[in-house]
Write a protein that binds this ligand. Structure first.
Ligand code: NAD
Ligand code: GLY
Length: 348
């Protein structure tokens, strides 16, 4: 992480830099980045937000604006996000809006952020009525990925990131999907070097989609496979039961079942996908919620148009389709399947 200094220097970031990080990542990496930037002649400060999805809010954004003001930051400041997707999304939103936009850099430290959230320019926060509903498209000047940061990442968070990795195989690349199956056990071992190729492939796949449809007027929606059901689960459980990756693990299972009924996904493909997802061991869905509530919560999704749910589904592994409007009956039936035991989740 200390090598961010020379890159920032080479790419001529402004002298004044604010590192935004969270309480967990600050002692692990943000202090190190701070020293590296000082060494290269920058004037950095650190703003720390509480760790966790529950803090990806407008209230925290407001506190960060106030701290930037107290630190006398003007338009000549750059913001560097050091942390997972929560820090990246929130810091990016601050960068997009403070003084109508200041230079922004992503230094992601979770697998999920390295393969997905740091790339593509979506930034934003949650509000009580839905996830990521307030935000902007704002591209970072660069994304600085150091896979060594994964050595300190809890296994649960590593599995959470694997959900997004599996998503890329499911929607865009069947060979990559097979590679994930073949290397799954190695990937969750302590050897983080195994991730280098995986991260590179995910970033390339995401870039290829974003290049074609940066502002999500259509095609970019394929990246939301599993997210309509997943976001509903996260919102309903107030971000306190599932990590983002765990919620979309269930989301992809449900949306795979819908794909079988609605667009002819071969049952064997659905079984292969669900069997891989089950290996991520997401926590059970609490009994306090049911399929009707999940269905209702899906309507806060950004893809809803004129009151109709529009889903990203898959025709086969590696081939996604977006803007699909399946029957309410099929959607509810597929959500109901999530509440059954592991055998039924994958069974056809
Ligand atoms: P996160 O940012 O909450 O990080 C997970 C946990 O790991 C946190 O407790 C964090 O403090 C800790 N942590 C981070 N790096 C660590 C490290 N190297 N070692 C030890 N602990 C570390 O969660 P996440 O899974 O990284 O990101 C989820 C967020 O990303 C969600 O809000 C989701 O909506 C968003 N997201 C955004 C996009 C996008 O395109 N912008 C895409 C996917 C997901
Ligand atoms: N994670 C969805 C997107 O970046 O579009």
């Amino acid at each position: 992480m200390s090598s961010l200094g020379p890159v920032a220097s080479e790419l001529q970031l402004p002298e004044r830099i604010i590192i935004i990080t969270d309480t967990n990542v600050k002692p692990l990496y943000a202090l190190q980045i701070h020293s590296g930037l000082v060494h290269y002649g920058f004037r950095p400060d650190i703003i720390t937000i509480p760790a966790g999805e529950r803090y990806k809010t407008l209230e925290v954004v407001r506190e960060v604006y106030d701290q930037l003001n107290e630190l006398r930051c003007g338009r000549d400041v750059a913001i560097v996000a050091v942390g997972g997707g929560v820090v990246g999304d929130l810091a990016g939103f601050v960068a997009a809006t403070y003084y109508r936009g200041v230079p922004f850099v992503q230094a992601p430290t979770t697998l999920l952020a390295q393969v997905d959230s740091s790339v593509g320019g979506k930034v934003g926060v949650n509000v009580p009525y839905g996830k990521n509903l307030i935000g902007a498209f704002y591209q970072p000047r660069f994304v600085f990925i150091d896979t060594k940061t994964l050595t300190t990442l809890p296994k649960r968070e590593l599995r959470s990131g694997m959900a997004e990795v599996i998503k890329y195989g499911a929607i865009l690349d069947e060979n990559f999907f097979e590679t994930i199956i073949d290397t799954f056990d190695t990937l969750l071992s302590p050897d983080v070097n195994a991730f280098t190729d995986i991260i590179e492939r995910c970033c390339a796949l995401k870039a290829s989609v974003v290049e074609q449809d940066e502002r999500e007027s259509g095609y970019r929606e394929i990246l939301n496979f599993g997210h309509t059901v997943g976001h509903a689960l996260e919102t309903l459980t107030q971000y306190s039961v599932f990590t983002h990756g765990e919620a979309i693990t269930y989301g992809m299972m449900a949306e795979a079942h819908i794909s079988v009924n609605h667009c002819g996904l071969p049952q064997e493909d659905a079984r292969r996908l669900c069997s891989l997802l089950v290996r991520l061991s997401p926590p059970k869905i609490p009994e306090s919620i049911d399929e009707e509530q999940v269905f209702e919560a899906m309507f806060t999704d950004k893809k809803v148009r004129s009151g109709s749910l529009r889903l990203t589904l898959i025709n086969k592994i590696g081939d996604a389709t977006f803007g699909e409007t399946p029957d309410e009956h099929h959607i509810k039936q597929s959500i109901r399947k999530l509440f059954t035991d592991e055998k039924d989740l994958c069974g056809y």
